[in-house]
Design a protein around this ligand. Sequence first.
Ligand code: 13P
Length: 341
Amino acid sequence: MVTVEEVIIIPSQDQEKLKEEVDRLYAKLAKLGWTKEACESIAPFTLRINTIKKEKGIKIFAHSYQTADIIFGVADIVGDSLGLAKKATEVEEDTILLCGVDFMAETMKILNPEKTVFVPEPGRDCTLADSITGEDVKRLKKEHPGVPVICYVNTNAGVKAESDICCTSANARRIVEQLEAETIIFVPDENMGKNLAELTGKNIITFPGYCRTHHALSEKRFNTLQDDAAIKTFAHLECKPEIIQKVDFAGGTGDMHRFVKKAKPGEKVLFLTEQGFVDRMKIEFPDIEFVDSNMICISMKRNDLPTILKAIENPTSENIIELDEKVRKKAFKAVNNMLKY
Ligand code: 13P
């Protein structure tokens, strides 16, 4: 077995820094049950990554579904899809490392063509983004002439390029409500499209795409998780309509974050979304009791500290996001429209 010490040698003059790093990590991660030894095993990585990112002027962005060692160990900016996209246009640094899934890095590149956007390792897929192409959108537009197209941010640049406006789970409802049209094409998340139709009363034409993590949540499992009537339940809009009908609140990751900021100490909350977000909330809001969802996005979980270190030390062309400029320019319009909401 290769030990951390064999991979990263910390010089003796930096041993004090290493100890401080272990304490910094332990102060956060102990809330999730991490031991001091576990923090000792990752501290050489976080220390090295944080040193290199400063030397090279790199900002690390992490989606809330990343693991806590990434979020609290090395990330500079953490958020939902909308928050990350907005922040990407505000940071001064010319280089962004995105820890999430590939479409999120693409969205950042669409908005920031002059910046270098790279990922720890390419191939972090998303079942929603992989379910649809720009050609599918062109066909839908032909079938429904004049009907505006909203594409969910979980899509590739080719789909965004064919859409009128992009949305995330945080602003999807607002955008559907504020568009003048009564009939809207919404791609590719069928559950979200149906949920938005129910919430807004508009006629939504959907496409058969699903998030494998949220779609897998069954009513039976929901009933098991909600074993106490006092639990406040909040489901991500990617969950099935039968789940959305049963919960107290529905929305995106950003809405959940705002909700918990107003929760009272001791309150019990069940967020029906990826466990990474639940873990983040447990650390940020220790006075609230969170029920584990155990909903795991395997793509998000494929990023880890060793792959981040490898990419940040020595990025190859494989790590760097490149887009066809014509497609990017078309996609920019849809993404930029979204930022107004
Ligand atoms: P948010 O827009 O809520 O961050 O969700 C992103 C996502 O991929 C959910 O599966």
